[in-house]
Design a protein around this ligand. Sequence first.
Ligand code: BTN
Length: 280
Amino acid sequence: MNHHQRLTAGIVGPLLRGRFGHPYLWAESCPSTQDLLRDTGLPEGAVATTEHQTAGRGRAGRSWQDAPGTALLVSVLLRPPTASVVAQLSLVCALAVAETVEAATDREGRVKWPNDVLVDARKVAGVLLEGRDGAVVCGIGLNVNQLEDALPREARMLVASIRALTGREHDRVRLLVRLLERLEASYDAWLGNGLAPLLPELERRDVLHGSVVTVGDVTGTAGGFAPDGRLRIRSDDGAETLVASGEVTRQEGEPEAAPRRVNPARARSRSGPSHRDSRA
Ligand code: BTN
């Protein structure tokens, strides 16, 4: 297995069996893979990847850093039936990424609403959804082979790569192919039945559940997701607010959820294609 292969169309293309990845665009370097798909008129399932972004974007105006050739930097073009579902797509994508990370690490991939993927309280991947004219470009940044000191710094939380978690390098080509398969399966499930069938898996992986959180001017205990992807927050007086988007701050002193080790038999039984994602 060659861990230093690039993600070129010649290498990845023949391994893609589904709709996602047609067409498949690759650049040695580019400002942001999001821009390779934006306003292009390409069909749903078009994918753009690169070895290095010179102006990678994160949520909320943040930048997304990478060390060339070590991460997965992927954008997928989606054309959902209605534009109002961007928030749900964030969870659909985050779930697919969490499952991919879990299969690679044998540790539970967890979702921090609306778009972060964590293992043991460390962020391994982020999802950025950008919608325009009915199309949604879903960007995924997944830290794969970075050593600890090459990891992007996040002021808000601890970060990790799959390599840092497992102590070995991973095949990015294989990971990308699996990620696209899972993403397609999740997205198709969501197209068919909405978020509801994905909610049990999402809630099982929900990092915030039971924590006291603040989003905008709402503070209370996070209590899972509504069927439309909004975060449920219950305040002290018992009132429930559904929050559609925003930055989540966890109350000082709140313990991170204890890391859980995945039983490899269970992890394998879940490794088939399944879910989907939304907006950040
Ligand atoms: C976040 O956690 O804030 C989201 C990060 C999203 C990064 C990915 S990398 C591929 C795509 N291109 C970008 O410029 N951003 C997304």
